[in-house]
Write a protein that binds this ligand. Structure first.
Ligand code: PGA
Length: 252
């Protein structure tokens, strides 16, 4: 059985003061009781990992895990400005997002590099959250499954059965931060297609891998999305900035 996993992605938002408020509110809310058998995490900007890791540790009940938004494809060395997976591990991260569409778009990250990043994360005993998804043009021209299949097959080529220890986040680019959420059925169809593709490679991998949905998830659409058989949780951008909304989605 795959646990439902809800992961917040603050992107480049936050401050020392607002982070402290956020963690305090979410921890207090979670202490009131959360649905059993679920996993929750928040991926914060790298400079705040240490602060948020400490704040989360100070919560009396450790419901929430820490995550990062990106990682280097290299283990160590002369890569100015990059952050190694071993460093994220030392700071207490459990999850690392790799290949977010904003990194693909603004930093020209390619699937092969994204897979190398996922390997670094796995080598350091953390869970990579590998993002895939099509653009509006690609969906409008009916190529969404072909595009996502291509992205997944390039992950399979590098990661092989280590994919079983990854999460995949299907995030249609046209739904990210736009308020245009993909319908629950449309999302289920894509998640099913991804799972069938994984099963073509390895049935065991297909049944283990959690496939999260990301793109304008809000408290009022999370219930319907999470009820779908192949949607194993969500990657939450904008709505995760508001601690009450994040809590409501975690409880959905
Ligand atoms: P959004 O972002 O929830 O603001 O659409 C999701 C994401 O980019 O991970």
């Amino acid at each position: 059985m795959r646990p439902l996993t809800v992961i917040g992605n603050w992107k480049m938002n936050g401050s020392l003061a607002s982070n402290a408020d956020w963690v305090r509110i979410v921890c207090r809310g979670m202490e009131q009781g959360m649905p059993a058998g679920r996993k929750y995490a928040v991926c914060v900007p790298a400079p705040y990992l240490s602060q948020c890791g400490q704040l989360i540790q100070d919560c009396s009940l450790a419901f929430l895990s820490l995550g990062a938004q990106d990682v280097s494809a290299y283990a160590a060395g002369a890569y100015t400005g990059e952050v190694a997976a071993s460093m994220l591990k030392e700071l207490g991260c459990h999850y690392v997002i790799v290949g977010h569409s904003e990194r693909r778009q603004h930093h020209h990250e390619a699937d092969e590099q994204i897979a190398e990043k996922a390997l670094q994360v796995l080598d350091n005993d953390m869970t990579p959250v590998i993002c895939v998804g099509e653009s509006a043009d690609e969906r409008n021209s009916g190529r969404e499954v072909e595009i996502v299949r291509g992205q997944i097959s390039r992950q399979i080529a590098v990661l092989q059965d280590r994919l079983a220890d990854c999460l995949i986040a299907y995030e249609p680019i046209w739904a990210i931060g736009t308020g245009k959420v993909a319908s629950a059925q449309m999302t289920q169809d894509m998640h099913r297609a991804i799972r069938l593709q994984l099963a073509e490679f390895d049935e065991d991998v297909a049944s283990h891998v959690g496939i999260l949905y990301g793109g304008s998830v809000k408290p009022d659409n999370a219930v319907e999305l999470f009820a779908m058989p192949d949607i194993d949780g969500g990657l939450i951008g904008g709505a995760s900035l508001n601690p009450q909304d994040f809590l409501a989605i975690c409880q959905a």
